[in-house]
Write a protein that binds this ligand. Structure first.
Ligand SMILES: Nc1ncnc2c1ncn2[C@@H]1O[C@H](COP(=O)(O)OP(=O)(O)OP(=O)(O)O)[C@@H](O)[C@H]1O
Ligand SMILES: O=C(O)[C@@H](CO)OP(=O)(O)O
Length: 297
């Protein structure tokens, strides 16, 4: 049995070589899961052929990188960049925003799967907790949806856009919870993905973003018909208890919130991705993360 040795907090440990663990790190380097498992099996055979019984994590990474260079240099490069990121001096916090229905939940789930991240939370959940704690009288705005929050606040007559005013009010409140999750994740050293309509560039504490490994994505759907179809696709699932009609009735307001979010993203350091195709979106997010944090912060 091949043993892999590593070091945690200065203490050495050894664990059996696992094809599954190696295959997962190859999938984060963009290799398909079937090919990743085949590659892990071949790498294990090569280690045995070289009579290697104990190998350090660093030596194993170099051994894998050499193997990948012969297979596909682009994947070798992504693998090494991802290894660098994993040695970063702190957890990776990924924020995925976008108007209702653009796919923030689905893409967050896919990305967490690809990266092997376990900590995933939605801003809808944060808002739900806030609704239990803060009464409708005290903060009516969080007891509404993002696209009809304006119905619950006093809108100055001169407000440029009531829908956006209401949305902004709700985002400001929920952002307090988002920052709490970011700070806790950093304190515990746990990489985390936070997704939802309330992830709006410019509303998250800039110092946090500057200081830690935080990457912000804004998903959009430029084609309104594709956007509308997403509500059908989501509400078709029998376990979803969200009314399709409510989204269709408020679709124009949802599009107005998207315009506001995208404008905010253009003013800030946020990647904007038109979420048309799952694979393209995930590949773009992976590339952006590796490009931005391939080095150590
Ligand atoms: N890239 C994509 N290609 C095809 N379908 C997608 C894509 N992204 C999401 N979907 C589908 O669109 C529907 C809406 O996605 P999702 O629930 O993730 O949106 P959301 O942004 O989280 O919405 P909300 O914020 O209202 O919860 C789902 O049925 C999902 O499967
Ligand atoms: O507020 C919203 O825009 C949506 C999605 O976040 O939530 P709900 O399904 O409660 O309307």
């Amino acid at each position: 049995m091949i043993m892999v040795k590593g070091k945690v907090d200065g203490k050495e440990y050894q664990e059996p070589f696992s094809k599954g663990i190696l295959a997962r790190s190859l999938t984060t380097a963009d290799m398909g899961s079937k090919k990743a498992y085949e590659a892990a099996t071949e790498i294990e055979l090569k280690l045995i052929e070289n009579n290697i019984n104990v190998i350090s994590i660093t030596e194993l990474s170099e051994f894998v990188a050499d193997y990948l260079r012969n297979e596909d240099p682009a994947i070798a490069e992504k693998y090494l960049k991802w290894r660098t990121l994993r040695k970063a001096n702190g957890p990776l916090i990924i924020l995925i925003g976008g108007a209702s229905g653009v796919g923030t939940s689905s893409m967050a789930f896919e990305l967490a799967n690809r990266l092997g991240l376990k900590n995933l939370i939605s801003t809808d959940m944060i808002r739900e907790v806030m609704r239990k704690i803060v009464s409708k009288d005290l903060s009516p705005v969080i007891h509404k949806s993002s696209f009809n929050a304006y119905e619950s606040i006093r809108i100055p007559k001169l407000a440029s856009n009531p829908v956006v005013e209401g949305f902004r009010n709700q985002v400001e409140v929920v952002s307090v919870g988002v920052e709490a999750i970011i700070e806790r994740s950093i304190k515990e050293g746990i990489s985390t993905i936070i997704e939802g309509v309330h992830i709006v560039p410019g509303f998250i504490n800039e110092e946090l973003i500057e200081k830690y490994n935080i990457v912000v994505f804004t998903l959009t759907i430029s084609d309104p018909e594709i956007h509308k179809s997403r509500f059908y696709s989501r509400c078709r699932q029998p376990w979803v208890k969200r009314s399709l009609q409510s989204y269709l009735d408020n679709f124009n307001s949802i599009r107005e919130t998207q315009d506001f979010i995208v404008n905010q993203a253009k003013l800030s350091d946020s990647y904007i991705i038109d979420n048309v195709d799952v694979t393209t979106t995930i590949d773009m997010m992976m590339n952006d993360i590796i490009d931005k944090y391939g080095g150590i912060k």
